[in-house]
Design a protein around this ligand. Structure first.
Ligand code: ACO
Length: 321
């Protein structure tokens, strides 16, 4: 039994923040941001607009595309690092809004790899026969955790959500998923405070994204190179068998390095980082939905999805759409 993508959806907040807007906040320039990252603009959630609000819009579109309703879903997984609350989980909040009966619902926190992790868990449930209609969401309001005085991080991220409905089918489907982590790199990309560690007497309790960007960059390029090799080898496929690369959208230079490693032309790579920035767990499903709705990705084509994020975590999924 395979997990087949029956429908996808995505949602972005209305407010656009351009690189020019950032020039008035920190010592940066449109040219620096474009050259180093490929980002031109990103979306910012409105005051009071939560991760679950974004997730709900994306989920409803994915359910519509699959011809299903919330009541049909028997497992709901949300990849997020920016939940509305510590608990209930964003998945439980979303389950209630969608009327997804009493299905199991939980969040996965794997930073930018959250959607690939959630997809991998969903795939195992479907292969084991424990679930047949799974809603997988990646949703974030990461800009809520940014230090708007830190030019090394605040120019990189954006908010958004993407979702996919996976259904059990005898036709492929997800061919394989591969997920990994190495907590030894935790301090290169992290928040320095939390519930158990304790908060600071500062705005938002001192919660902020802190990153050693240059070091993250090097590990990301190397690790993504290894995960694509692992995924192709597990499926006894050649690079030339792939139709599309749908990468995590952190930095255009990282995306280009992975495409080069796969001998893929940039015409076969879905790029949204220019308009979305890095939306963490939402980036892969946002790119996937855009690729499908624009008609670029077609049924029967082989897609390689990959992501890398804080933890470090990383993963890939090889999918026949
Ligand atoms: N505007 C202008 N100058 C800047 C900015 C900015 N926004 N940010 C940093 N600089 C300066 C630095 O201070 C430095 O100046 P110096 O040479 O005078 O010291 C110079 O630019 C170069 O800085 P580097 O950090 O070496 O620049 P780099 O080419 O590495 O680009 C970047 C930085 C874009 C952050 C890059 O390292 C990167 O993309 N890293 C990966 C980040 C990533 O993918 N993170 C997310 C992982 S996913 C997740 O889990 C959230």
């Amino acid at each position: 039994m395979y997990a087949r993508i029956a429908g996808t959806g995505s949602h972005l907040p209305e407010r656009v923040m351009t690189n020019k807007d950032l020039e008035s906040l920190v010592d940066t320039s449109d040219q620096w941001i474009r050259e180093r990252t490929g980002i031109a603009e990103r979306r910012i959630a409105a005051e009071g607009e939560t991760t679950c609000d974004l997730a709900e819009q994306a989920a409803r579109k994915a359910l519509d595309a699959a011809g299903l309703t919330g009541a049909d879903i028997d497992l709901l997984i949300v990849g997020t690092t920016t939940p509305d609350l510590v608990f209930p989980s964003t998945a439980c909040l979303l389950q209630h809004r969608l009327g997804a009966a009493e299905c199991a619902a939980f969040d996965v926190n794997a930073a930018c790899s959250g959607f690939i992790y959630a997809m991998s868990v969903a795939d195992q449930f479907i292969r084991a026969g424990s679930a047949s209609k799974v809603l997988v969401v990646g949703a974030e309001t990461l800009t809520r955790m940014l230090d708007w005085n830190d030019r090394g991080t605040c120019v990189l991220f954006g908010d958004g959500a993407g979702a996919a409905v996976l259904v059990a089918d005898s036709e492929p489907g997800i061919l394989s998923t591969h997920i990994h982590a190495n907590g030894g790199y935790g301090d290169l990309l992290c928040t320095e405070v939390g519930v158990s560690t304790g908060f600071k007497a500062e705005e938002r309790g001192g919660v902020r994204v802190s990153m050693r960007g240059n070091e993250v960059f090097k590990v990301a390029v190397n690790t993504l190179g290894r995960i694509v090799d692992e995924t192709l080898a597990a499926n006894q496929l050649e690079k030339s068998d792939l139709d599309w690369l749908i990468p995590h959208q952190a930095n255009l230079r990282i995306i280009k390095a992975t495409a080069k490693k796969l001998n893929m032309s940039m015409d076969q790579v879905i790029v949204t980082v220019d308009k979305h920035g890095n939306t963490s767990a939402a980036s892969v499903p946002l790119a996937l939905d855009e690729a499908i709705r624009s008609g670029r990705v077609k049924r029967g084509e082989k897609l390689l999805l990959e992501a890398f994020g804080g933890g470090f975590t990383w993963g890939a999924a090889l999918v026949v759409y």
